[in-house]
Write a protein that binds this ligand. Structure first.
Ligand SMILES: Nc1ncnc2c1ncn2[C@@H]1O[C@H](COP(=O)(O)OP(=O)(O)OP(=O)(O)O)[C@@H](O)[C@H]1O
Ligand SMILES: [Mg+2]
Length: 281
């Protein structure tokens, strides 16, 4: 069956798919993957929103050439509606700057909790995919946003340090948060064989010692078109659609588009409920 045929499934038929893009090691390409996957998914007709949950050095806005003035924090404080915080990005995607993490979201009083949940409720109907760009590592905030998402897409590179750090991340998400399934994408690979070998090295050890399942989603080759696009503050899939990186990103998006959420309770409302600590799964 062609992927396009499956993409046309009426979006109202299922809750939005929430995918956290995360990594053990920093600088492996999460933000660029998130931005470009978002644009690629949108070009397939999906309604895509990105939550910028990298609270330290948020640079999704830089990669996308945006300068958001407001964030989710303003929604939590009742100062702005969610629709005023959403920023329009390239290719029809929308971005929610998080600015707040674990500390603030888990300490919301009942009234602020309800206000936030009521505001995000509208997203349930109006988007198909929510991608969450997280920071790297195993800090409380990374684990917090990743644990709340229906799926975790772990980004690795073929470097040994990226693999050991990814193992550490998978281990804590499995042992502390009970996540058993992980999606994996390999970035900056020399080619398909290099990427698959890196994936197998991680998967073999993780499956054996952590009893988790890792599912290979694809790879993005090392490509100078990507840093060039970052300098131009334009997603590479739009700036250089014919480049090897863009073609791989489009293929990766095609695979994610047809994948059902790893958790049945994958919607936006469930994601935010888990974030504010209500009914945490
Ligand atoms: N496939 C690629 N080929 C070449 N360069 C790449 C590729 N992917 C990412 N880069 C470069 O790597 C750098 C880091 O990418 P990015 O900011 O997306 O990583 P990150 O994982 O989000 O980092 P952080 O952990 O700091 O959030 C960028 O300067 C980007 O241009
Ligand atoms: Mg980043």
């Amino acid at each position: 069956m062609s992927q396009t045929a499956i993409d046309l499934t009426p979006s109202a038929a299922r809750a939005p798919h929430v995918i956290a893009i995360t990594s053990g090691k920093g600088g492996v390409g999460k933000t660029n993957l998130t931005a470009n996957l978002a644009v690629s998914l949108a070009s397939r007709g999906l309604r895509v929103c990105v939550l910028d949950a990298d609270l330290g050095l948020a640079n999704l806005d830089v990669v996308l050439g945006l300068s958001p003035a407001r964030s989710l924090r303003d929604v939590m404080r009742g100062e702005h509606r969610l629709e005023d915080v959403l920023v329009d990005g390239p290719g029809g995607i929308r971005i929610i700057p998080a600015a707040s993490g674990f500390e603030e979201l888990t300490r919301l009083g009942p009234e602020d909790q309800l206000r936030l949940l009521a505001e995000v409720d509208g997203l349930e109907e109006s988007i198909d995919v929510l991608l969450v760009d997280t920071a790297a590592g195993i800090s409380a905030n990374v684990l917090y946003f990743t644990a709340a998402a229906a799926d975790a897409l772990v980004v690795i590179t073929p470097e040994p340090t990226a693999l050991t750090d990814a193992y550490a991340l998978v281990k804590v998400l499995a042992t502390r948060y009970g996540r058993r399934e992980f999606l994996v994408a390999v970035n900056m690979a020399a080619g398909q064989a290099d990427a698959e070998a890196a994936f197998r090295r991680l998967a073999r050890v993780a499956e054996r010692f952590l009893r988790v399942r890792l599912e290979y989603q694809g790879y993005v080759p090392y490509d100078d078109a990507l840093p060039r696009a970052v300098r131009a503050q334009h997603p590479v899939v739009l700036a250089a659609p014919g480049s090897p990186a863009s073609q791989s990103l489009a293929a990766l998006a095609g695979r994610l588009a047809i994948r059902p959420p790893g958790r049945p309770t994958g919607g936006v409302q469930f994601f935010f409920r888990r974030l504010v600590g209500e009914g945490r799964a």
